[in-house]
Design a protein around this ligand. Structure first.
Ligand code: PBG
Length: 353
């Protein structure tokens, strides 16, 4: 079939319109596409976020997160071995604390035998080469699900900071390599730095959840750690308004000044502009937390056959690299690392040299 003459003559015009510049030349073959690829996802980019529970031999599915389980410490140790074999550099545990251990001030965070300390010690003993990044926010430990001490309807900033600085020292003593405060209290990074240093933990780093937004994407996480039914009100008086980018950069600037070694953006995919802004503004190692709701959306659409789940998982993780991130905290970490290791298809494994 021949093109109608009008279309054929327009086709002749394309070289004139493009000035002979054609983007498709570089895209024409697999070798050429690989040659011009700008960003890569490697196993070393993936920090595995996992849920832990008391007990032994426990492996409970999280309903809204197919493929994610709450693990008892013994199970988590096995999983950590597997993660280390895959090349995952670090773990970020989140505990589901027994309800009877939760109180108004989250005081159980300071108990030596709490779940975070037990997990950290067990992993450090069994899998010493994997990094451990612990959170010091109080939400898993409070009876109201807030990240700080709650009094007369308010989250009390400075007392919370004093408490989590102590918690940071205890976590460091249990073996945590990096403290990642996710509470968004003012002044916490500086207070944690000071507390760590004066306890002799100069080499323990701080990854600040510098820009944590008051987001709807945290829903499945709250189910996973058992705070969904507890939370009174919302977290808008301490997390950042999703409408604000300039404020987010200012908040990160304070954390950098207070001594943050690394920055984090949370949630991830809806906030890629913030990732880019932080990387360009400060040049610190910058991470994104691809949160529970992001994971749930991809899994749900894939389960319905509406998207290719594996492809969207890899594309979403690679997008963080393009946006300037140095790595991603993700519930997909094991699955994505296995996929990278298996090496089928792009995006491929970073070369090992
Ligand atoms: C609170 C905390 C949150 C998450 C981790 N720690 C948010 C919240 O419950 O308000 C969310 C993680 C996720 O959704 O995957 N300190």
């Amino acid at each position: 079939t021949r093109l109608p003459p009008s279309l054929a003559s327009r086709a002749d015009d394309v070289d004139r319109i493009t000035g002979h510049k054609r983007m498709r030349r570089n895209r024409k073959a697999d070798w050429s596409r690989r040659m011009v690829q700008e960003n890569w996802l490697g196993v070393e980019d993936l920090i595995w976020t996992l849920f832990i529970v008391p007990g032994t031999n426990v492996r409970e599915p999280v309903e809204a997160m197919p493929g994610v389980f709450r693990l008892s410490v013994d199970q988590a140790v096995e999983a950590a071995r597997h993660a280390a074999e895959l090349g995952i550099p670090a773990l970020a545990p989140f505990p589901n604390i027994a309800q009877d251990k939760r109180d108004e001030t989250g005081s159980h965070i300071l108990d030596d035998d709490n779940l975070i300390h037990a997990f950290t010690r067990a992993i450090k003993k069994a899998v010493p080469d994997i990094g451990i990044i612990t959170d010091v926010a109080l939400d898993p430990f409070t009876s109201h699900g807030h990240d700080g001490i709650y009094r007369d309807g308010e989250i009390v900033n400075d007392e919370t900071v004093a408490l989590i600085a102590r918690a940071a020292v205890m976590q460091a003593e249990a073996g945590a390599d990096i403290i990642a405060p996710s509470d968004m209290m003012d002044g916490r990074v500086g207070a944690i730095r000071q507390a760590l240093d004066s306890a002799g933990h100069q080499s323990v780093g701080i990854m600040s959840y510098a820009t944590k937004f008051a987001s709807g994407f945290y829903g499945p996480y709250r189910e996973a750690i058992g705070t969904a039914d507890l939370l009174k009100g919302d977290k808008r008086s301490y997390y950042i308004d999703p409408a604000n980018a300039v404020e987010a950069v200012r908040d990160a600037e304070l954390d950098v000044a207070e001594g943050a070694d690394m920055l984090m953006v949370k949630p991830g995919l809806p906030y890629l502009d913030i990732c880019r802004a932080l990387k360009d503004s400060f040049g610190l190692p910058t991470f994104a937390y691809q949160v529970s709701g992001e994971y749930a959306m991809i899994k749900a659409a894939a389960a319905n056959g509406w998207i290719d789940g594996e492809r969207v998982m890899m594309e979403s993780l690679l997008a963080f690299k393009r946006a300037g991130c140095d790595g991603i905290l993700s519930y997909f970490a094991l699955e994505a690392a296995a996929r990278i290791r298996a090496g089928h298809g792009a995006p491929a494994l970073k070369p090992p040299f």
